[in-house]
Design a protein around this ligand. Structure first.
Ligand code: PLP
Length: 381
């Protein structure tokens, strides 16, 4: 087939035909188990029937609207997000992508504090462009060295508008979690120096780490929360939700910000259904249960192959298995994909962020295949 897509990131030659639940099917009829949830988006599985129904119903009513109106879906979604975040009397704005929401939250923090710089933990991603973009020469981004308590004393917090707190970097550091102690010190320094705390929950939020949001595992109390990905379960909607103090301050400093798909009713209706399904089907409980089970199975492989496997990292259903530096795992990446598993692979590490509705059956299939590949390649360089 002629290629018409600009190759901005590497992909295989396979063409995907259908995705349902935890499974994806290519045009050769081959089935894959998706341990990446698309790009960590379909926390409830692909094409979830209740989400498909809401898309159909809401589309018939109203997909998009202009600036002159408000809509009930956006109002309700803000209320629901505030409830699960733990805010009272705050507000939200809805956009399309995580990158947009991250950048808007930074703009808000800059306007509110009059400071230009932002602080992030070194292995956070933030956004594809703009203030959050990871470029070494971005003069506005200060990086706090991951889990290095002493290095925090060298940062000039008086220049920082906000800390963007990501409680698990899936892409840059490939699944590493900041320690509780480190996050506490970071937040204390922000509070003393008048920096806002923005929970950057684009990947860690909507249940990924076993609670609604990653910051809730650290008992942090952010001023703003940024969500995306799992919020729309595959449909592009993101949000910036702010607490009541921040809303009051913003009302005194309002600025105009307008995008075509801001607060669109379709995305909001979908996200409302996502929250409903998560609660009615106790998805957070399954996430914690399957996360523990998955981690135990990976630890079992580590015990069986200590010369090949260096470390297992996990929080909820965000997991990584890192190989020893002396072990070239390229063939495992290739073999596992060929056997019908979709996962992340980088820095000699396998990454797994499956749908939160995954079951032991799919995990067992992956572990069985991994075990076979690790046994097959008995010799080390
Ligand atoms: C932690 C985090 N923040 C922000 C983003 C950007 O979201 P989007 O790709 O929807 O713009 C991503 C994307 O992977 C992410 O992982």
């Amino acid at each position: 087939m002629k290629k018409n897509i600009i190759p901005l990131y590497p992909s295989s030659e396979k063409i995907l035909e259908e995705s349902q639940g935890c499974y994806q099917y290519d045009t050769d009829g081959k089935k894959y188990i998706d341990f990446e949830s698309g790009v960590w988006c379909v926390n409830l599985g692909h094409s979830r029937p209740r989400i498909v129904d809401v898309i159909q119903q809401q589309s018939r009513r109203s997909i998009h609207q202009g600036y002159r109106f408000r809509n009930a879906e956006a109002e309700q979604l803000s209320t629901e997000l505030q409830r699960i975040i733990g805010f009272d009397g705050g507000a939200s704005v809805f956009l399309s992508s995580g990158s947009e929401a991250v950048n808007l939250s930074i703009t808000m923090a800059q306007k509110l504090t009059g400071r230009k710089k932002i602080l992030k933990i070194s292995n956070s991603y933030l956004s594809a462009y703009g203030f959050g973009q990871i470029t070494p020469d971005n003069e506005y981004v200060v990086c706090a060295d991951y889990n290095n308590m002493d290095a925090l004393d060298d940062i000039d917090f008086s220049e920082i508008s906000a800390l963007l707190l990501e409680t698990g970097g899936a892409s840059v550091g490939i699944v590493r979690f900041p320690s509780n102690e480190y996050v506490r010190k970071l937040i204390a320094l922000c509070e003393t120096n008048g920096c806002l705390v923005i929970a950057e929950e684009v990947t860690t939020g909507m249940g990924r780490q076993g609670k609604w949001f990653g910051f809730q595992n650290y008992e942090a109390r952010p001023d703003m929360v940024v969500t995306g990905k799992g919020l729309g379960n595959g449909y592009p909607i993101s949000a910036v939700t702010i607490n009541s103090d921040t809303l009051d301050r913003l009302n005194d400093n309002l600025f105009v910000y307008a995008q075509s798909h801001q607060n669109d009713p379709l995305g909001c209706a979908i996200a409302l259904e996502v929250i409903k399904v998560m609660e009615e089907e106790k998805v957070l409980v399954n996430c914690l249960k399957m996360g523990t089970y998955f981690e135990e199975q990976l630890q079992g492989l580590k015990s069986a192959f200590p010369v090949k496997i260096k470390e297992v990292r996990a929080m909820g259903l965000m997991l990584a298995l890192e190989f020893q530096d002396s072990f070239d795992s390229t063939f495992i990446n290739e073999g596992l994909f060929e056997s019908g598993f979709v996962f992340g692979y980088k820095l000699n590490t396998l990454r797994f962020l499956p749908p939160l509705v995954i079951t032991e059956k799919e995990i067992d299939e992956l572990i069985g295949q991994l075990n076979e590949l690790l046994e097959r390649e008995g010799s080390l360089p």
